[in-house]
Design a protein around this ligand. Structure first.
Ligand SMILES: Nc1nc2c(ncn2[C@@H]2O[C@H](COP(=O)(O)OP(=O)(O)O)[C@@H](O)[C@H]2O)c(=O)[nH]1
Ligand SMILES: [Mg+2]
Length: 410
């Protein structure tokens, strides 16, 4: 009896082991076939490298989007969030806000009205034809190349339409417009980080540009913007070449309620600017903005002088200037691109300010300047008044430039 029980137990154990082995074998073969499928789909065996590493390498680098705000269920927190949002919307500091406000959108729309009546209207007429065919390409090329956007930007937009759209797409004006918008946005996106005046204390900005483009006016408006945000600003009257230049900056300084450091007429601009930066450091100011001359006896004199100014600023505060901006007058069209190139060849330019957009039909020149210089546009001047300086926002600019373009074709 005992022998029979032992035999039965032995048979049961053997069966159990057999079933276990069978299951293991089944799992292994499933693993193998799953891996074979994975290899087929992904193209290479996965075993040598973990999938995550491989996938990361294979994907093109994308810009990281800011995380979407997570809605909070707590009522009190929600109120606080609303307050913060309101404060964000109300901020009037000089730095471009993350989202463009309605007043800036309206200013861009008004500022670009004449440009819309220029090359944008010509494009509208072109796509407004009843039947659009391949003929549209040479005509598009002509309109783009005669617009004040510079040959390189014209070429980029033309190429994007020609190569990026099929024959069928070309028959659809909406598709052509969206290609033009997309390419314009790409041209304006030079990948610069947002402007942050709090990165240094004081944050020193050197402002350059030829005579009459609007340097002094821009500095005055910017000082007012920053002062309204509670920043302590010092201005340097570095244009000692023209007698009236210092007085003009003093008038703006009074309007903005900020001090102006000045020297003698005809004196050394570097020493005035050195004093101003030193004063900014000693007084614990937030921002020092340096005005400069736009014309000297010769172009070489001017460039040498400006290089000297840069060196001297670095002596007054090592590492400064933190930004060097080139001011360009939109009404001068492609001349602005030439000026920008001349300055850029001589020294580092980190930002652009475009003035007089309000009076210009050549606002498209901004595309050419960005494409040529690969530096960001930081501000746009849309009039002569204190409040007529707007932080630049590429998306809002493109939106305003081609506004109603689709409607214009129907
Ligand atoms: N319409 C308009 N005029 C401007 C703008 N910015 C400057 N100006 C005018 O351009 C002229 C020259 O400006 P100014 O600041 O003296 O130029 P600077 O020589 O470069 O310093 C002045 O009459 C300004 O009022 C602008 O955004 N729009
Ligand atoms: Mg001036």
């Amino acid at each position: 009896m005992v022998t029979e029980i032992v035999t039965l137990l032995a048979i049961a154990a053997a069966l159990g082991i057999f079933i276990l082995l069978l299951r293991r074998a089944g799992e292994k073969s499933r693993d193998r076939s799953a891996r074979a499928v994975q290899d087929r789909v992904l193209g290479t065996p996965e075993r040598a490298q973990p999938a995550r590493v491989r996938t990361r390498k294979a994907l093109p680098q994308r810009k990281r989007k800011p995380p979407a705000p997570v809605p909070d269920e707590d009522d009190e927190d929600e109120d606080e969030d609303d307050d913060n949002r309101e404060r964000d919307d109300d901020r009037v500091d000089g730095a471009p806000p993350a989202a463009v406000d309605e007043a800036s959108r309206a200013a861009f729309r008004a500022g670009l009205a004449k440009t819309r009546g220029g090359f944008v209207a010509k494009l509208g007429k072109l796509f407004g034809k009843k039947k659009i065919d391949q003929d549209v390409l040479p005509q598009l090329e002509e309109v783009l190349f005669t617009a004040d956007i510079g040959p390189r930007a014209a070429d980029r937009i033309f190429d994007a339409v020609k190569k990026g759209l099929s024959k069928d797409d070309l028959a659809d004006p909406t598709k052509i417009w969206s290609k033009i918008r997309e390419t314009s946005n790409k041209i304006l996106d030079v990948g610069a980080p947002p402007l942050d005046f709090e990165r240094h204390k004081p944050f020193v900005v050197l402002v350059l540009g030829v005579n009459g483009v609007g340097k002094t006016t821009t500095i005055g408006k910017l000082a007012a913007l920053l002062a309204a945000d509670g920043k302590q600003v010092v201005l340097a009257a570095g244009d000692t070449f023209r007698a009236a230049a210092t007085e003009q900056l003093e008038v703006w300084g009074k309007r903005a309620g900020v001090p102006v450091v000045k020297g003698k007429a005809g004196g050394d601009p570097s020493s005035v600017i050195f004093d101003a930066v030193k004063r900014g450091v000693d007084d614990g100011a937030d921002v020092v903005i340096c005005d400069t001359a736009g014309r000297l006896h010769t172009k070489t004199d001017l460039m040498d002088e400006l290089k000297k100014v840069r060196r001297v600023i670095d002596k007054a505060m090592p590492g400064a200037p933190h930004e060097t901006w080139m001011v360009l007058d939109a009404t001068t069209g492609q001349n602005a691109i030439t000026q920008a190139k001349t300055f850029k060849d001589a020294m580092e330019i980190t930002g652009i300010v475009i003035t007089k957009l309000d009076g210009s039909s050549k606002g498209g020149v901004l595309l050419g300047i960005c494409d040529e210089l690969k530096v960001p546009v930081r501000y746009v001047g849309v009039g002569e008044k204190l409040e007529d300086l707007r932080p630049f926002h590429a998306g809002a600019f493109v939106e305003a430039l081609y506004e109603d373009a689709d409607e214009a074709v129907s």
